[in-house]
Write a protein that binds this ligand. Structure first.
Ligand code: HEM
Length: 426
């Protein structure tokens, strides 16, 4: 990869991080207080934190914010009364075609039924051994071993996009294309912005990136169909997928696959960064996980609970409704603060602690209900592979004492910006 491409990728990532940082306040202290005294407010909490409205909505639309586990669960599971179609108004401007996250009702249900089998563990596990594990080890971590130190975010920024690129079925030998695809994906996420000047500029870049990505994916779809779509890659599987006699056309596959790139990249990057931070801050726990790899999956689930990367989810009231005695008029927005619900002391004992062997209960880091993350097995498997490989290849990995400690921060798209580590060399 060229230096220029590297810089582009890092710039794109910094743009996204800037965009969603919000103010530097102790949000967890605020959430604690809200859960106790104001579990629902008739205000747009995230806008007050300086987080741009990803749905591109007019900022004055009536918004309610929820902080409790029970209420967040009730809203996310009830897609009939709390709809997602409005998301297409904002993100939809960058896309057309098959975008699950902004679909509702029967249309969403049928699309999920068609797509879901491609994302189930039986398929994902075939990718783990043939693609994920070899790529993570051979392309990233083995070449790094001799360095003895690294900022793990350099790895975390790149490996999820590299893996999804490979699963999609893009040509494996074109390394420049991998970088280019990653930079385009991040440019799309930097689309919605707070200030009008930034918004115009970022929007233009996002539209261009979306167009370039479309062309790149379409080419791969056409090629796969021409060759009979027999492969085990995502595109070939989507070409073969069928539900109630319906199959997807090239445009639908292209727009869906394109939507996966931003959905799969940054989310996994930040989640992995938070996971590593939580473990490295607890060397004894990290050692336990190294010795007993059955704990790897638990460490990931608990990181997703305690530090969900997508800190809130918004829905729209489909009719007049009531939550905790407050009237929610039809059309109002309901902002569910996942980062607060996941730490609700009424549901989780020692809710603000990182306890990997806690009793499993639903939390919302991958969403909940009909829109729950379709890529969660991919994301989790990628992180299982990456953490195992790090534990195998970097003996005695620990935080670099000469560098700043990692800090998990941000009001939305939360995670650390740097995770500096050192390890022993043979
Ligand atoms: C750690 C990584 C990830 C996190 C934390 C995450 C989080 C989420 C969340 C919270 C939602 C729910 C959105 C809503 O309720 O409106 C979601 C939906 C979705 N995610 Fe993920 N995601 C991750 C990785 C992935 C990956 C790897 C893929 C694809 C390969 C993916 C594809 C999707 C898609 C397509 C949806 C929309 C589902 C629907 O609306 O029916 N995500 N994700």
């Amino acid at each position: 990869m060229s230096k220029q491409q590297n810089e582009n990728l890092e710039k794109a990532f910094a743009g996204v991080a800037d965009n969603y940082r919000g103010q530097d306040v102790d949000l967890n202290a605020i959430y604690r207080e809200m859960r106790k005294n104001s579990p629902i407010i008739a205000e747009d909490f995230m806008s007050q934190q300086g987080v741009p409205n990803i749905a591109g909505l007019d900022a004055n639309r009536l918004t309610f914010t929820l902080f409790k586990h029970k209420d967040v669960m009730a809203v996310l599971r009830d897609a009939k009364n709390f709809t997602s179609g409005f998301i297409a108004e904002g993100l939809g401007a960058f896309f057309d075609g098959l975008i699950l996250t902004g679909m509702d009702g029967e249309e969403h249900k049928k699309a999920r039924a068609l797509l879901q089998p491609v994302f189930m563990p039986d398929v994902v596990n075939t990718w783990r051994d043939t693609k994920m594990d070899p790529i993570v080890r051979n392309e990233f971590l083995i070449p790094l071993q001799k360095e003895g130190k690294a900022d793990l975010m350099d790895f975390a920024l790149y490996f999820p996009i590299r893996l999804i690129y490979s699963l999609i079925g893009f040509p494996e030998d074109d390394h420049d294309k991998v970088k280019q695809v990653a930079a385009w994906s991040l440019a799309i996420l930097a689309g919605p912005q707070v200030t009008p000047e930034k918004a115009a500029e970022a929007r233009k870049a996002a539209m261009e990136a979306a167009k370039c990505l479309y062309d790149a994916v379409k080419e791969a779809v056409v090629e796969a169909r021409k060759n009979g779509a027999k492969g085990g890659d995502l595109i070939s599987r989507l070409i073969r997928a069928e539900y109630e006699g319906r199959q997807l056309d090239d445009h639908e596959i292209t727009t869906f696959v394109r939507s996966l790139l931003p959905a799969a990249g940054e989310t996994t990057t930040r989640t992995f960064g938070s996971l590593m931070t939580l473990l490295l801050e607890r060397p004894a726990l990290l050692e336990r996980v190294r010795a007993d790899r059955s704990l790897v999956g638990k460490a990931i689930d608990e990181a997703v609970r305690l530090e969900p990367v997508a800190t809130f989810k918004v829905r729209q009231a489909a009719q007049d409704l009531e939550i905790r005695g407050m009237q929610i008029p039809k059309g109002a927005m309901v902002q569910c603060i996942v980062a607060s619900a996941n730490r609700d002391e009424e549901v989780f004992e020692d809710s603000e602690e990182y306890i990997i062997e806690r009793k499993v209960k639903p939390s919302f880091g991958f969403g909940f209900g009909p829109h729950m993350c379709i890529g969660q097995f991919i994301a989790k498997t990628e992180m299982v592979v990456a953490l195992n490989a790090i534990l195998d290849l970097f003996p005695n990995i620990r935080l670099d004492p000469d560098m700043p400690k990692p800090k998990i921060e941000g009001a939305q798209l939360r995670g650390p910006h740097e995770v500096h580590v050192v390890w022993d060399q043979h």
